[in-house]
Design a binder for this molecule. Structure first.
Ligand code: SAH
Length: 308
């Protein structure tokens, strides 16, 4: 199975064949590729969800601006620092600061936060996941010490992108952000949801081709899960099997990429994250956010690990 040289139609065909029941051949090939490049090692990244305020209105996301029922919170610098201390105690060496696009966290404040963490834990990597910003902002964070940036492209198909986001957002800008981040020297993560509304085998094939071109260090893939206060409340969610299929195909397309087995995958199946590892994943991102706010970072319904 030479995924890397396949055309869009051939990729769409492989996706169609595997999406409801990924073959042992596909999953085995993905595992072998992961083992060849990384062995059995699983990488741990501590996730700190530091704000759920967001100026965007993505149709799938529970913390979209238009969700008046969301209970909003922001962590203080001190709380963020406490989360890092807990991560350090647990032996984590990467902190992922994720949040909505929250204007209260100005570039100056973000840089101070990054600087604080790097000063205390110089051997740790700081990863940001705070959406679309200007080149100047990305540069400022980098200069303050940020190492990595996660920005899922969400879908590489223009028309599909338009059905998931309001007209003021564009795939072009999202992609430009990813290229800018890479140019600035960040290790970059892209990714997408499986089973998002209007997704097809062809749009998924487009995702694979875009990833092949971008060659990100990480690819975040998890099932779309409806959130009850969003326009997509009554849509169907993504499945375990489709997610495993896409994890395996991305592993074969980009053998050296880091592939998280996501919380969303663990949410739709009690053994979802373990099954993700069996499909070639090799990263897990435990939640370091204060237990009191975890239920409020409600991108989707029934999220796991909100208490432990
Ligand atoms: N504001 C940041 C972080 C977004 S949240 C940014 O723009 O990158 C991180 C990811 O959660 C999103 O990129 C999206 O792919 C995923 N997500 C959002 N809503 C979801 C839902 N209902 N089900 C599953 N994943 C979702």
């Amino acid at each position: 199975m030479d995924i890397k040289s396949m055309t869009k139609n051939e990729l769409a065909e492989i996706i169609a064949q595997n999406r409801d029941n990924p073959s042992g051949e596909l999953l085995g090939a993905a595992r072998a590729e992961r083992d060849k490049n990384y062995g059995k090692k699983i990488f741990v990244r501590g996730l700190i969800e530091f704000t759920n305020y967001c100026k965007n209105d993505c149709y799938y996301c529970g913390i979209r601006r238009g969700n008046k029922n969301a209970h909003r919170y922001r962590l203080t610098r001190e709380q963020i620092s406490d989360c890092c201390a807990e991560g350090h105690r647990l032996g984590f060496n990467t902190y992922v600061l994720q949040g909505g696009e929250d204007g209260c966290f100005t570039d100056k404040i973000m840089c101070d936060i990054i600087y604080d963490i790097k000063e205390k834990y110089p051997e740790c990597a700081v990863t940001l996941s705070i959406g679309e910003k200007s080149r100047e902002s990305y540069k400022a964070y980098k200069d303050a010490g940020a190492d990595r940036y996660l920005l899922r492209h969400e879908t590489a198909d223009n028309n599909h992108y338009g059905r998931l986001h309001p007209p003021c957002m564009s795939l072009e800008n999202r992609k430009n952000c990813l290229y800018t981040l890479r140019e600035l020297g960040y290790q970059v993560g892209a990714g997408f949801m499986t089973g998002s509304p209007y997704q097809t085998n062809e749009t998924l094939a487009e995702d694979l081709l875009f990833l092949k071109e971008l060659e990100p260090h990480m690819v975040g893939i998890g099932p779309f899960i409806p959130q009850h206060d969003t326009p997509f409340a009554d849509e169907r969610g993504g499945t375990l099997n489709l997610t495993l299929t896409m994890l395996a195909l991305v592993r074969l397309m980009l053998p050296k990429t880091l592939l998280p087995s996501t919380t969303a995958l663990g949410t739709i199946d009690p053994n979802g994250r373990e099954k993700g590892f069996d499909a070639g994943a090799n990263v897990v991102m435990p939640n370091l956010s204060p237990v009191g706010v975890r239920k409020d970072y409600a991108l989707y319904d029934n999220k796991i690990c909100t208490g432990d």
